[in-house]
Ligand binder design. Structure first.
Ligand code: FES
Length: 156
């Protein structure tokens, strides 16, 4: 068993050696959309490794490709579904924002200001910035997202 630390929520979890970070996030009840079903091709399980990168399995080619198109990814980035824990000292930082899967996910928020950035599930770009009002017209503009996610699902 190994201990993984999560920030900024300041919590830890014991995980089995070789289990992936995604399992740890789910065990902590941290909502992960898993738009690609854990196949390493979406942005919804993107995390930053604050320490212990060398205690994780190396990036696969697929993960490198996916991280290459995620907005906000840098050398600390991993896809939680692809990174397995090998040793102690791993600290995971959760990116700020909420991923959506379908434009309609925002309907209950119409007329409200976004409490956090609303993020694209495939590339992580900001669809609605924190503080901006969520409008019906913005939701209409985002309908192409539904097609993109359906295509992603077909391709994996
Ligand atoms: S769940 Fe899609 S890349 Fe991890």
């Amino acid at each position: 068993m190994k201990t993984v630390r999560f920030e900024p929520i300041n919590e830890s979890l014991e995980v089995r050696t070789q289990s992936d970070i995604l399992q740890a996030l789910l065990a902590k009840d941290l909502k992960v959309l898993m738009a690609c079903g854990g196949k390493g091709v979406c942005a919804t399980c993107h995390v930053y490794i604050k320490s212990g990168m060398d205690m994780l399995t190396p990036h696969s080619d697929r993960e490198k490709r996916s991280l290459g198109r995620i907005t906000g990814a840098d050398k600390r980035s991993r896809l939680a579904c692809q990174a397995r824990v090998l040793g102690e000292g791993v600290t995971v930082e959760l990116p700020e924002g909420m991923y959506i899967e379908r434009a309609e996910d925002l309907i209950t928020y119409v007329g409200q200001r976004a409490a956090t950035n609303i993020l694209h599930p495939i590339n992580g770009s900001v669809l609605v910035a924190r503080g901006k009002i969520i409008t019906r017209s913005r939701i209409e503009e985002l309908k192409s997202l539904n097609v993109e996610v359906a295509k992603l699902r077909e391709s994996v």
